[in-house]
Design a protein. Sequence first.
Lengths: 330, 330
Amino acid sequence: MRRISIVTEKPKLEDVAKLAGVSPTTVSRVLNNRGAISDKTRRRVNNAIEQLNYHPNEIARSLFVSKTHFIGLIFPTTGHPFYGELVFQIESILSDKNYKVLICNTMDQAEKENKYLNMLLANQVDGMIVGAHNIGIETYQRAHLPIVAIDRKVSDTITVVSSDNYQGGRMAAEELLRQGRTKIIHINSVMQREALSSYQRRKGYEDVMTEHGLPFKTYTMDLPFDTEVKKQILSSILDKHPDLDGMFLGDDITAAIALSMVRKREKDIFIVGYDGTETITTCLPELTTIVQPIRSMAQLAVDLLLKEINDDFNDIKKNYVLPVTLKRGE
Amino acid sequence: MRRISIVTEKPKLEDVAKLAGVSPTTVSRVLNNRGAISDKTRRRVNNAIEQLNYHPNEIARSLFVSKTHFIGLIFPTTGHPFYGELVFQIESILSDKNYKVLICNTMDQAEKENKYLNMLLANQVDGMIVGAHNIGIETYQRAHLPIVAIDRKVSDTITVVSSDNYQGGRMAAEELLRQGRTKIIHINSVMQREALSSYQRRKGYEDVMTEHGLPFKTYTMDLPFDTEVKKQILSSILDKHPDLDGMFLGDDITAAIALSMVRKREKDIFIVGYDGTETITTCLPELTTIVQPIRSMAQLAVDLLLKEINDDFNDIKKNYVLPVTLKRGE
DNA sequence: ATGAAAGCGCTAACAG
DNA sequence: CTGTTAGCGCTTTCAT
């Protein structure tokens, strides 16, 4: 079967120029508000643009100016509320500043992270915000590109934005003590393996326990995105500690699983989670959790990134730590 | 303050060619595995590529071949678990096929949706998947671009993928009846205003009620992303119906809010939600809900989109409806 | 106030 | 098997 294609080719700047009876240069000037143009020709050009329903080709423009206004985002998965909300905030703020976002979900796989990094470089992104942590920071540095890391290990070669994980760990432990608990364990997931965010939280928890002369125990889970595995591990941990009365979980999803498991077993174990996303605090208001300031983290990360992009000679990398808050369960 | 820039410029294909002592064409051929190349030169070229740490500029390539391998995704917000998970799935599948994803969060604002649409067109995306519904479908059609809509109104000018919202509504109502409930209301949010997905769900619910000779009542909420407003509305609805024993909510987040509200009031109201995301079924396993097949929807949407992209003359638009399932609360 | 010409980095005829 | 040439759609000196 054949069909006669009536599809008019996408008009280009040259077509506009011809229709308006001017040079391409003039059209470009009208489009970018550059130089001086007589009102007459401006009108003629704008008419032609409208008649042809012309839209400038940003890709061609990007090639010429060697700036794409693309920002790459590398995160474990938007399917997790913390990253889903963080990515949403980052994208919203960037969009307001006329940047466009390429999204990459690594699922904590180093191989994917590497592939995405190369893809972003090949596509000439102006910068990246990275919340995945499965390949070394050096790999990113080789890119010689403005980069802001979220929750990555403190570094003086890259800008890092994080929330106060050490205080978060302390606050969680202190709240558990305040609730009269003493036999408290901590479970963190490997999701933030190299981030050290989980290390800091753990340290906060362990320090508080030590300061109060109490024993502590930290478990680390290996398959953070698989609910069934999480359940099994949690279950065996509960079996191993029949006298437990407090738990500090590294994230709210795991905390939620623990919560319903504890309820099912009719145990009196007080649970504190971590992240405090909109989703979880809305759906599970009874959960006590440490709230990360997602919105501020997004804002700061974007501000710093854009500053790096625009100030060529700024290579002072800093670590920014934002405060966390405790949200008591209802 | 001045600084001497030691930054070596990004190498280009020409640099590789010079270093390898061959023509740019040859380098291009090595990169794209096209034509016949002697092993000797291939090695020389590859060496040069490595020495210079050369990475091809995809933007330049895109311009030439007039294909970007960019896909635009327009959704309300990745901060909502349903869209967060859907976007994750879509991006993962597309990434496997070497497509890159530009993400757009409209927050249900028509103005943003329009801006994003134009941005995507200007950036020469090869296609789009649209789950936002605040501007008319005609606006999208004007783009003359492969597009797949998710949960949009049935249409014969655009491919639509959705789950079986009518059956979903029926299943929710039937489950409530099975639970011995008879005074059942339905609340849907305006989030899917024009999608008609919410209309279908409502119809399913109302049909079942009618078939059983029972009265029905449907409320529509106007500010779907604001938890506080939702609470107030839900609260006043509960006040208005003191004898209520069943509720069917248009999404799980709202259902979760209703659930904790009902618990607080110590009412015996059976609640059925909608969406069945990983996040919610994990965090709130006690919630009964209608599960949309997110993964299959993503897969189908991508398959159809890529087919449209690759088969130029295929303009048979179809509507694909995927089955939903009931997940009983634990 | 406007235009001609060159080129961003790449690829695809076409030639040899 | 390899190179020369032209050009994707745009912007920007440099003229006039």
